[in-house]
Design a protein around this ligand. Structure first.
Ligand code: SDX
Length: 436
């Protein structure tokens, strides 16, 4: 971090009433500068106030950069379009974890290390027996991911770099296995073990769709689409679930518990649950003729309805991932011979209308990654309840890379925000016998 005050002695000045306070301004490599207000409370007795953190940088990071106005997304400086086009998911995992693209030898070694951690402890199967078959798979994932820390004590010492990396590899390797187990359990089919001779996405599809009674080979077009969907969802700066993982990790909680916290946060419909909600919304709209009715509802202040899959806290232009997701959606539908998917017709007409409607243009509401992912995943055979689980599988590498970066930051301390208190002032207890 290049502190501007060192270079030009400049600082940010806060003036409240007739008082001024100077704070250092730091400049990143790209993106907005930041004002370091860490000493604000000590010097002024005031807190900043920013519910939803719309103008707050919670940390310094070198992992992912987003430019919401230009629709730019970089993983360690590489554009998402190039990584999605030319790379594979485990290469992206290596990049996010280590900061550089792997050499051929490093890629072979990394793939080997991940592949040999894909099995989960055999006793984990008993966890599934405790869930109802109709339990939401995200409930199962959140429970089982947290339980991993009960099985892998040898990678929970966060002060040991070797254990931090082993825990990272274990999380990346075991999430697809747990996700596939959650799916199989929900449909009453036997679990399928991972295979070391398959690539990450093919292994996952096989664990989801193979049965012990016959051979299974993943459709290469669908496997490539799955791999690309994982790349698109791998990391996204300080989004809600990543911030949850960082905050949980700042207390020294073990990485498995932190990832479980990230899963819980991702589940919300405003965040990772939007892909499931977006598909449910398209199904509710049902046909193109009903779109105006829903557009009207989305604009109605008194109606809590929102167009799921639209809008973003950072992207005030098109989400670059949505474009790639749309292209992948068409590839999958073509491969599966799905010519006239009514949901896709509704989605494309809804997008066209929304992109030209004053309300959405003025509020800069564009389709986000969740808008097309649901149609794609449904076409691939996943039930809507599995959509956020797939998001969690992909985002695990982002969560764990950000967690590692935080733990390895010498300036790291426990996150503990303050508040604006507007509750009751001090008052004395009244015994119940004297209350009316
Ligand atoms: C993800 O942060 C990330 O990076 C997340 C993510 C990642 O990779 O980690 O990109 C993944 O979570 C994508 C977003 C998925 N969520 C949805 O698709 C749910 C629908 N979208 C919204 O709920 C909303 O757009 C958010 C939550 C995504 C962003 O909300 P903000 O930034 O807090 O904006 P806001 O709620 O303050 O909305 C601003 C205005 C409001 O109107 P006013 O009160 O100013 O009059 O826009 C309106 C909102 O009512 N608005 C919408 C809308 N989204 C915002 N109106 C209709 N439909 C919508 N979808």
């Amino acid at each position: 971090m290049d502190a501007k005050t060192d270079a030009k002695g400049k600082a940010g000045t806060l003036t409240v009433g007739n008082k001024n306070w100077d704070f250092p301004v730091y400049k990143g490599t790209i993106g907005p500068d930041v004002v370091d207000i860490a000493k604000l409370y000590a010097e002024s007795g005031m807190f900043t106030y920013d519910p939803g953190f719309t103008s707050t940088a919670s940390c310094e990071s070198k992992i992912t950069y987003i430019d919401g106005d230009e629709g730019i997304l970089l993983y360690r400086g590489y554009p998402i379009e190039q990584l999605a086009e030319h790379g594979d998911f485990l290469e992206t995992c290596y990049l996010l974890l280590y900061g550089e693209l792997p050499t051929p030898a490093q890629k072979v070694d990394f793939d080997y290390r991940v592949n040999r951690h894909t099995m989960v402890h055999e006793q984990m199967m008993r966890f599934f027996q405790g869930f109802r078959r109709d339990a939401h798979p995200m409930a199962v994932m959140t429970g089982c991911v947290g339980a991993l820390s009960a099985f892998y004590h040898d990678s929970t010492d966060i002060s040991d770099p070797h254990q931090r990396m082993i825990a990272s590899i274990r999380m990346i390797a075991k999430m697809p296995t747990l996700a596939a187990m959650a799916y199989k359990y929900s449909i009453g089919q036997p679990f399928m073990y991972p295979r070391n001779d398959l690539d990450y996405a093919s292994n996952f599809l096989r664990m989801c769709y193979a049965v012990p009674t016959e051979d299974y080979k993943a459709n290469p077009v669908l496997a490539r689409a799955m791999d690309r969907i994982f790349i698109l969802h791998a990391d996204h700066e300080q989004n809600a679930s990543t911030s949850t993982v960082r905050l949980a990790g700042s207390s020294g909680a073990n990485p498995f518990a932190c990832i479980a916290a990230g899963c819980a946060c991702l589940w919300g419909p405003a965040h990772g649950g939007a892909n499931e909600a977006a598909l449910n919304m398209l199904s509710e709209i049902g046909r193109v003729e009903r779109i105006p009715e829903f557009i009207k509802r989305a604009k109605d202040k008194n109606d809590p309805f929102r167009l799921m899959g639209f809008g973003h806290r950072v992207y005030k232009h098109y989400d670059p991932r949505a474009k790639i997701m749309q292209k992948t959606c068409h590839e999958v539908l073509n491969e599966l011979g799905i010519k006239d998917d009514p949901l896709l017709d509704v989605a494309m007409e809804l997008e066209k209308i929304a992109l030209h409607d004053d309300y959405f243009v003025e509020k800069k509401l564009y389709p986000n990654i969740d808008f097309y992912s649901g149609i794609t995943l449904k076409a691939m055979g996943f039930p809507t309840t599995m959509f956020t689980v797939l998001f969690a599988v992909a985002r695990t590498v982002g969560w764990i890379a950000q967690w590692k970066e935080m733990i390895e930051d010498p300036k790291q301390k426990i996150g503990r925000p303050r508040q604006l208190y507007t509750g009751a002032t001090r008052r004395d207890y009244v015994p119940i016998s004297r209350r009316k």
